[in-house]
Design a protein around this ligand. Structure first.
Ligand SMILES: Nc1nc2c(ncn2[C@@H]2O[C@H](COP(=O)(O)OP(=O)(O)O)[C@@H](O)[C@H]2O)c(=O)[nH]1
Ligand SMILES: [Mg+2]
Length: 349
């Protein structure tokens, strides 16, 4: 997972380090009188031909000081920063970090790195530390879902996203996790649209030995969800998980159907399910769904087949809401709580 990003990042940091060392060495090697001579020339009034000895001596001092100092530390100029960031920008974009999030990272890195005295030996660490901090700022720590669902009964969660992202599988994985924590749940088959969707959820319900509330295909999804909540109330079931039909973020009528499900069920969490591998497409979906329905949290699936890792950063930035879980495979156990520190570590930072 996230191999590509990690490897590229390593080589990018290495290159940046070389660049700065090269610059610092150039200053080390430069003859001490070169700089003052040039400066004096520029300041020289037209009628004067040569600086006086006193002037040269006076100008020499900062140059010697600079020479000694440059052996130990280096101050990143705006131009250096732009040169270094150009490569990082490409790396972030290639790894599915959306342009808006890249801009935000750039601004934060600039604030942290510019004009800062850096020692050559610690430069690599300084850049990595700054990048780590800005990515850390973009990601949001999720609440402990197990404690959260215990606060209200029944706790209602509705899942939405485009077709095939893993909504139904994710619901089964979450139900399995809740059951392991002794939390009861009921499933609502509110995808009444796609062929075999009810049977797919039914299979999960029977494997997990939990109740499924269903109507016929073509029935009103909001009515199915409403019945599931009624069932939970009557049987003191703690959590209601509502599956919905995949819909494009551009399909107006399906978005209003989703709004209706939310209006009728008044869910505690509206969960956007997105594929980690979808990259910029997932970011566009997140923006549109967020505008139309409002996203409370995201679950990123298929991270087991994603080598990049930037989608989590972009979706967090766009929604300003946490990533709750990562789907890491097709089995019930392939489901991890999103851990910010672990995620950042996997990126190689
Ligand atoms: N590799 C992998 N496959 C997944 C993951 N989550 C779901 N899938 C697969 O993605 C496909 C579509 O999943 P499904 O739950 O039917 O998607 P839905 O249309 O959004 O309900 C199925 O083949 C799942 O097994 C995951 O985290 N990793
Ligand atoms: Mg489904």
């Amino acid at each position: 997972m996230f191999k590509f990003f990690k490897e590229k990042l390593r080589s990018w940091v290495g290159k940046s380090k070389e660049k700065i060392e090269e610059k610092a060495e150039k200053i080390d090697e430069a003859p001490s009188e070169e700089q003052p001579k040039k400066e004096i020339k520029e300041k020289e009034p037209l009628e004067r031909t040569a600086p006086t000895i006193e002037e040269l001596e006076k100008e020499k001092k900062p140059s010697i000081f600079k020479k000694i100092k440059s052996k130990f530390s280096y101050k990143l100029s705006e131009q250096d920063f732009e040169e270094i960031f150009e490569k990082l920008e490409m790396l972030l974009l290639e790894n599915n970090v959306a342009l808006k999030a890249v801009e935000k990272i750039k601004q934060e890195l600039k604030e942290q790195l510019l004009e800062k005295e850096m020692k050559k030996e610690t430069l690599e660490d300084e850049i990595k530390k700054a990048l780590k901090k800005s990515i850390d700022n973009l990601l949001i720590e999720p609440d402990d879902i197990i404690s959260l669902v215990k606060e209200t009964q029944p706790f209602v969660m509705v899942f939405f996203g485009i077709n095939g992202t893993g909504k139904t599988t994710t619901i089964a994985k979450l139900a399995n996790l809740l059951l392991k924590n002794n939390i009861s749940c009921v499933l609502a088959a509110s995808d009444t649209f796609r062929a075999a969707s009810i049977e797919q959820l039914e299979q999960h319900a029977s494997k997990l030995k939990i109740k499924l509330i269903k109507h016929d295909y073509g029935a009103d999804p909001a009515a199915v969800a409403f019945d599931a909540i009624k069932h939970a109330k009557a049987h003191k079931i703690q959590v209601v998980l509502i599956d919905t039909a995949g819909r494009m973020h551009t399909q107006g009528s399906l978005l209003s159907e989703m709004e209706k499900i939310c209006r009728v069920t008044d869910p505690h969490l509206k969960i956007f399910v997105a594929e980690s591998i979808a990259g910029n497409d997932a970011i566009q979906q997140a923006e549109k769904f967020n505008e139309a329905i409002g996203i409370d949290a995201t679950i990123l699936t298929k991270t087991d087949v994603d080598e990049k890792g930037g989608t989590a950063i972009s979706i967090s930035y766009v929604t300003k809401k946490p990533i709750l879980f990562l789907g890491t495979g097709q089995n019930y156990e392939d489901f991890e709580l999103f851990d910010k520190d672990k995620f950042i570590e996997k990126l190689g930072l």
